[in-house]
Design a protein around this ligand. Structure first.
Ligand code: MRU
Length: 343
């Protein structure tokens, strides 16, 4: 299991995903502010991992802030700060809601007692996430036939979760069952989560893979080199419209054109049942500099106008199924997601 994030003696330790694959270094968070900054600056990323970090950030922050002043103010201050880190991943808000219900159920507890309940809840969120990922792996692995090439986008492995992974967890589950599988990895401009992180994970796991530029996906599909497309999700609306890393929508359109099944893998906690469709999903816009520069060097003339939406929304009609820990939801998703959500 990868050391994505860990609670250790009142600190949160996370592998610094900005430095991979060149360097394996760890960020140590001693306050909720440290955790919030780690989420903002992408030391930790991936929707489920962000959720776990936020839960741990609440426990860490409350423990410190509640020493001075009213506990309710302390709790609200901490959660408000974490809420403002990144807008798209549903798991962040889901985790904060979960911590809030622990706070509300224990209103009469002393600050020390409350801190230990919040800690226990954060550790439960972490442990459950690993278990959920393994169940997503079991639910989806039979989609991968022996000898298949699977295209994926961004990073959906152990690094994007508390461990094991969602879409990449399905590949891993098929591989662990002895199936031959090759992963076609989109590099995922501009942050290169595919090239830097997915390839790093697949190499450690010994799973055959090939790295491509994002623009090469259609050509490989046309040449018959891809049998299945498998991606993760940051937020799924109740009709199945899915926000995921920028480039996912293009991949889904290409998959449809070439008759390749396109699947999304995500825990039920990524589904936002309050949203009827993808229109309401907030899409994070990141700095233009991430597009104009790479690795501290310019790749365009200075001040070139650029756009940097970090996510896009794939319409449900392009999605063959959404693989959750409770099974695969098929269209129409409004009904199937709701019933899996109740499982
Ligand atoms: O900007 P990131 O790296 O946090 O974006 C991550 C993704 O888009 C992932 O595909 C998604 O969170 C699913 S991770 C299991």
């Amino acid at each position: 299991m990868l050391p994505t994030i860990e609670w250790r003696d009142g600190r949160v330790i996370m592998i610094d995903q900005r430095l991979l694959p060149e360097k394996e270094a760890y960020v140590e968070c001693r306050s909720h502010e440290d955790v919030a900054e780690a989420i903002e600056n992408m030391a930790i990323r991936g929707a489920p991992a962000i959720g776990v970090a936020a839960a741990m950030g609440v426990a860490l922050g409350f423990g410190r802030e509640a020493k001075s002043g009213r506990t309710e103010d302390a709790f609200n201050r901490v959660t408000e700060r974490l809420r403002r880190t990144r807008p798209t991943a549903r798991n962040l808000f889901w985790a904060l809601e979960r911590m809030k219900s622990v706070f509300e159920q224990n209103r009469d507890a002393s600050p020390e007692e409350m801190t230990s309940r919040l800690e226990a809840e954060a550790l439960a969120v972490e442990a459950e996430d690993i278990d959920i990922n393994k169940r997503i792996g079991s639910a989806g692995r039979s989609l991968i036939r022996d000898g298949m090439s699977v295209i994926t986008h961004c990073n959906t492995g152990g690094l994007a979760t508390a461990g094991y992974g969602t879409a990449l967890g399905i590949v891993r589950a098929a591989f662990e069952e002895g199936r031959k599988v090759r992963v076609v990895v989109d590099e995922t401009r501009p942050y290169l989560q595919g090239a830097r992180l997915t390839c790093w994970e697949l190499r450690r796991l010994g799973i055959p893979h090939v790295l491509i530029t994002d623009g090469a996906a259609g050509w490989l599909m046309k040449g018959g080199e891809v049998g299945l497309a498998l991606v993760g999700a940051d937020r799924v609306a109740r009709n199945g419209d899915t926000a995921n890393k920028i480039g996912t929508y293009s991949l889904a359109v290409l998959a449809r054109e070439h008759g390749i099944p396109f699947y999304v893998a995500a825990p039920v906690s990524t589904v936002d049942f309050s949203l009827a469709d993808g229109e309401g999903i907030p899409v994070e816009e990141r700095s233009e500099d991430e597009v104009r520069n790479f690795g501290g060097r310019p790749v365009a003339p200075p001040d070139t106008p650029a756009r940097n939406p970090a996510f896009d929304v794939t319409p449900a009609r392009l999605i063959a199924g959404i693989i959750t820990e409770h099974g695969i939801a098929r269209p129409s998703f409004e009904r199937t997601l709701r019933s899996l959500g109740r499982s």
